[in-house]
Design a protein around this ligand. Sequence first.
Ligand code: UDP
Length: 421
Amino acid sequence: MSQPGPPGTPGTPGALAQPNQPGQRVRRALVVFGTRPEAIKLAPVILAMRSDPRFQPVVVTTGQHSELLAPILEIFAIAVDHDLGIGRHGQTLAGITCAALNGLDDLVARLRPDVVVVQGDTTSTFTGALAGFYHRVPVVHVEAGLRTGNKYSPFPEEVNRRLTTALTTLHLAPTTGNVANLVAEGVPRNAVVCTGNTVIDALRHVVALPLPGPTPVVAEVEASGARVVLVTVHRRESWGEPLSAVARALARLARAHPEVVVVVPAHPNPRVRASLSPALDGVPNVRVVEPLDYRSFVALLARAVLVLTDSGGIQEEAPSLGVPVLVLREVTERPEAVAAGTVEVVGTDEERIVERATDLLDPEKQWSRSDKFRRLVNPYGDGLAVPRTVAAIAHLLGDGPPADEFLASRADRSTAVDRSA
Ligand code: UDP
């Protein structure tokens, strides 16, 4: 993990500071991502850096999930500068790691960026941080400090996060709980900034855009006025029987609630689809569809009466849109919404899913929950994580004052760690 360096050495925000001079060179930031959630959460950071004269963002994708990236980049109007194109079906984790690291190492060596920016917990995140570290380029980790405490769940993301922390110079933590996790592991508090999650900035950006043509399933639910249950499942640790159990629970729910349409934008991974098909094929009010573009997905999310998901990003987005979430995992690294009562962890047990979803679909409870939801502050962000992120990176590079911090609520404020400590 990063330790405070002596003054003037990389390792502590502000330590790279040099006097601000007229004609000072623009800082080159290598922004690395490989999967859909990283692209969504870094897109508004790239846009903000693009319009900031202090930065030249260089956009790099490893291509880990190439087919899911293109629509995101299109929505945010972002061109990729370097695509390593490493994605292959059936690739092992070691194969992805080696290919991404080789490509990123070569790029960092050639481009000599001032900073490498990575996001989240994927193999692209970890290898981007490692490539920066090998070339002694300071690494900024966006969405730092999330932990489940179980190295096999989510797999391999929990370990990717911990390894990335060890390589990082500036840790941008979404919540005060994430800050506390890092400090508990020995990361100096002055190397951490609590920013909120950039996904809330992305969500706000996208909600304001027009829908890109009628996506059939969105058009169908809008025309019918059906109540939507939105489902996404893809985590590696659930492949096989856990996903089959989820599918059986969804089929039972759909049959018991003919007034509802269960929409499942299925991850392209064939193993995910193979687990879902036997139970869901032929159920009249279930729609298993291709992954939706982000704008259409957000439109469905906003309409949904209930979300069942093992996604991390959706646990953060749903509270902003007032939708209850059942998390199809045994453990979550996002306890803030559980504490706020908008998210409940139910795992992949068929009976438990049916029982909790049935309860939440009760129209009377739905109403009272909505009322409660309206009064909640989203613990994951206020839509200003991006300016804080850019300010914190500029400060790291000696080009601006320290960033302010995100304090979600009174409770958060009372537990916030003093940055000057
Ligand atoms: N998402 C999307 N289209 C879909 C399903 C999800 O745009 O069909 C978005 C969703 O809004 C969230 C992100 O993709 O921002 C979540 O991605 P994923 O579940 O792959 O990753 P995780 O959040 O678990 O890291």
